[in-house]
Design a binder for this molecule. Structure first.
Ligand code: UDP
Length: 235
């Protein structure tokens, strides 16, 4: 298989079909824009299973995604898309960079869910941007596309908040990415995993996401395994 792209947590391979690629989830873990790096055997397989389960559920909800099917422990067959270089972050509870930037206490419930855009650019450290910035950088074709990203962000949040709640997990915040398929439709791409979400246990408040790695708070594999096992129970 010809490697098309290798990122921090994934490898993308070509297939015989020009409209499909294979996405492999790596065991590598990085935080703070790659400054902190490590690896955890089995993490790739856990994330592949978790994101597959979530994307399948989102498809059923009518949210179009790049997922075609999971093909083995660490790999998915997905639609080839052109990634829109915007990270869409949705937040329900203050944490991470929001707490830091605005001085909100971690754990403070936001009066309503908020959506932020970040420019996907490692050299610039993925800066927070507004609609005008996205337009002058030509990250999208028009402002309507930004509205579509926000609308999908809200839909994904509304669905996932409840999905996680059913298994005793609080969805604090998450990051999603979108791409354009060959017809030019905007569809959900990348992943939704404990690497890209903050998830807290409803009863104990325990963190069950990448913050465990970011701040050396505990065993990430145990936590990710627990997230997967709980999601398998969602009815
Ligand atoms: N996030 C991500 N990739 C990034 C930046 C953020 O997956 O490059 C996720 C992060 O895991 C969290 C949410 O987006 O669930 C909000 O992250 P935040 O802006 O608080 O930044 P961080 O604390 O990760 O620096």
């Amino acid at each position: 298989m010809k490697l098309l792209y290798e990122g921090k947590a994934k490898r993308i391979y070509e297939t015989e079909n020009p409209n499909e690629v294979i996405c492999e989830f790596k065991d590598a873990l990085t935080a703070f824009n790659g400054e902190k790096a490590d690896s955890e055997a089995g993490k790739g397989a856990l994330n592949c299973a978790i994101t597959t389960l979530i994307f399948e559920a989102l498809e059923k909800e009518g949210i179009p995604t790049h997922l075609i099917k999971k093909i083995d422990e660490t790999k998915q067959l997905v639609k080839k898309v052109k990634i829109i270089p915007i990270e869409v972050v949705v937040r329900n509870i203050a944490a991470g960079s929001l707490s830091k930037r605005l001085g909100l206490k971690e754990g403070e419930k936001l009066p309503f869910s908020i959506i932020e855009f970040y420019y996907k650019n490692d050299e610039l450290n993925d800066p927070l941007i507004n609609d005008d910035h996205a337009m002058i950088l030509n990250l999208v074709e028009d402002r309507k596309e930004l509205d579509i990203l926000r609308e999908y962000g809200r839909k994904v949040n509304n669905f996932l908040k409840e999905f996680f709640d059913k298994v005793g997990l609080i969805l604090v915040d998450f990051k999603i990415e979108f791409g354009k398929d060959k017809e030019g439709n905007i569809i959900l791409a990348d992943e939704i995993t404990p690497d890209s979400c903050r998830l807290w246990d409803k009863k104990t408040g325990k963190k069950m996401d990448k913050d465990l790695f970011r701040f050396d708070l505990g065993d990430i594999k145990e936590a990710y395994k627990e997230v997967l096992n709980r999601l398998k129970e969602v009815k």
